[in-house]
Design a protein around this ligand. Structure first.
Ligand SMILES: [Fe+2]
Length: 213
């Protein structure tokens, strides 16, 4: 069975400058993201050992560790592809179809209101967390989630489409304590083509939970 692997970045370390420095991207990808990949694989190994020995005392902690590291791996894998050096603007300009732009307008009232909500959610995470635009498959709506660590405060079944890393490791070397400035700058590198592809894929699997709205 496959283990988790660190994906290559789809661009050079410096590709997101000046919004995110190459130094941050290198550390963030090669150290932090790599740490979550290793943590997920190590935890699976320890769970396997526990099963083989019929020793169940550590299961509670190991399940928490698995959720933390696996969610960290998933969110960072999406994060890198959510950004591009020539990104920014609004979804209609980038994806051509207008479907994501329509869904955002329907779910949030307007693009500026969506942008304000996601910015606020990301900037006001207390401690470590993320601001996330997600597809919620029961209602078919788009929602903003304020995710704590990588795995807390999440609606089950919702599919992350656009993720803003609000952990200090994502910005502190460059923005110091100005998290709001970092979040505002992030909008200049959003890869709307990637976000709209994720939206289309999530909608196709909308019945994944088999629950009526
Ligand atoms: Fe991160």
């Amino acid at each position: 069975m496959a283990t988790y692997t660190l994906p290559d970045l789809p661009y050079d370390y410096a590709a997101l400058e000046p919004v995110i420095s190459g130094e941050i991207v290198e550390l963030h990808h090669d150290k932090h993201h790599a740490g979550y990949v290793k943590g997920a694989n190590d935890t699976l190994e320890r769970l396997e050992e526990a099963r083989e020995k019929d020793e169940w005392g550590a299961v509670n902690g190991l399940e928490k560790s698995l959720a933390f590291h696996l969610s960290g791996h998933v969110l960072h894998s999406i994060y890198w592809r959510n950004m591009t050096g020539d990104g920014g603007g609004e979804p209609l300009e980038a994806d051509g179809t207008g479907e994501l732009a329509d869904a955002i307008a329907e779910s949030f009232g307007s693009f500026p209101r969506f942008r304000a909500q996601l910015s606020k959610a990301a900037a006001t995470t207390q401690g470590s967390g993320w601001g996330v635009l997600a597809y919620e498959p029961v209602s078919g709506r788009l929602v903003v989630e304020q995710v704590y660590d990588h795995q807390g405060n999440v609606g089950q079944g919702s599919v992350p489409l656009l993720v803003f890393d609000a952990w200090e490791h994502a910005f502190y070397l460059q923005y110091r304590n100005q998290k709001v400035d970092f979040v505002e700058a992030m909008w200049r590198v959003v890869n709307w083509r990637d976000v709209s592809e994720r939206y289309a894929a999530a909608k196709e699997r909308a019945n994944v939970l088999l629950i009526a709205p």
